[in-house]
Design a protein around this ligand. Structure first.
Ligand code: MN
Length: 259
């Protein structure tokens, strides 16, 4: 008897109708049974935010497609705990319209959704394309399909998600990278509304100077696909001894006592 085709959960942060998500569905269709659970509206830069103070609703938006009035992490959590009758073999998020390189990883809802999948012990992949206008998702879709096939075959270490960034055009190679240290610069642009009140845009500038060797930015600037294995345990293991020695050496007997 043939084995059932693997179940693959798809999500994103650009919303259920985003062209990048539709391209991901087309590209991964040959690999397994797809179920898409994604935010109804764009939720870029929501990281792993979850919704706790209002109800979530889930609307069917086609065959095995569901829209959620919440965040990317809400969507993945709802799918994995409630909607899916079996755990998926893979979670793939994207294809994000715009890169998720360096410190963007901290803010990205695309990465947040993949992190949520990894937290549940499911091999998870976030896919982004380094282009924002007139995006051709074709090359990124082909990359997503090939990397997804590899992960289905080989698995990933538990709790690890892949952050895949595809350059503009046809990539010249694929390489493993580390997350670049900060090279971008946040700027706040102030303007005046018609009533004379100031308003602000948070914006990011990426200077042209060379990114660190071996980093995600360097690979994409060279025209290669960047594959960064991410982990989500934020403990600074190198600081455990020092914090134990310098900070935790307090006397609990002194708590609450007037000196
Ligand atoms: Mn996005």
């Amino acid at each position: 008897m043939a084995l059932p085709r693997p179940l693959i959960l798809l999500s994103n942060d650009d919303g259920i109708n985003a062209p990048g998500l539709l391209a991901l569905e087309r590209a991964l269709a040959p690999l397994g049974r797809l179920v898409t659970v994604a935010p109804l509206t764009e939720q870029s830069a929501t990281s792993r935010r979850i919704t706790l103070r209002r109800p979530l609703h889930c609307e069917q938006r086609g065959d095995c497609r569901y829209g959620v009035n919440g965040t990317p992490a809400d969507s993945v959590m709802l799918a994995l705990i409630h909607l899916l009758k079996e755990p998926p073999s893979l979670v793939v998020t994207g294809i994000n319209n715009g890169p998720n390189l360096g410190e963007n990883v901290y803010y990205s809802g695309t990465v947040g959704a993949a992190a949520e999948g990894a937290k549940f012990g499911i091999p998870s992949i976030a896919v982004s394309v380094n282009q924002r206008v007139r995006v051709d998702f074709g090359p990124a879709g082909r990359v997503a399909a090939q990397i997804s096939a590899k992960v289905l075959e080989c698995g990933l270490p538990r709790g690890v998600a892949l952050n895949v960034n595809v350059p503009l055009g046809n990539p010249s190679g694929v390489c493993v990278t580390r997350q670049c240290e900060k090279i971008s610069r946040n700027v706040v642009i102030e303007r005046k509304d018609p009533h004379g009140r100031p308003y602000f845009w948070i914006h990011e500038e990426v200077p042209a100077e060379a990114a660190q060797d071996g980093s995600d930015y360097a690979a994409v600037h060279r025209g290669e696909v960047s594959v960064t294995p991410l982990q989500f345990d934020h403990t600074a293991y190198g600081s455990l001894d020092r914090v134990s020695r310098d900070i935790c050496d307090i006397s609990l007997g002194a708590l609450g006592e007037d000196q």
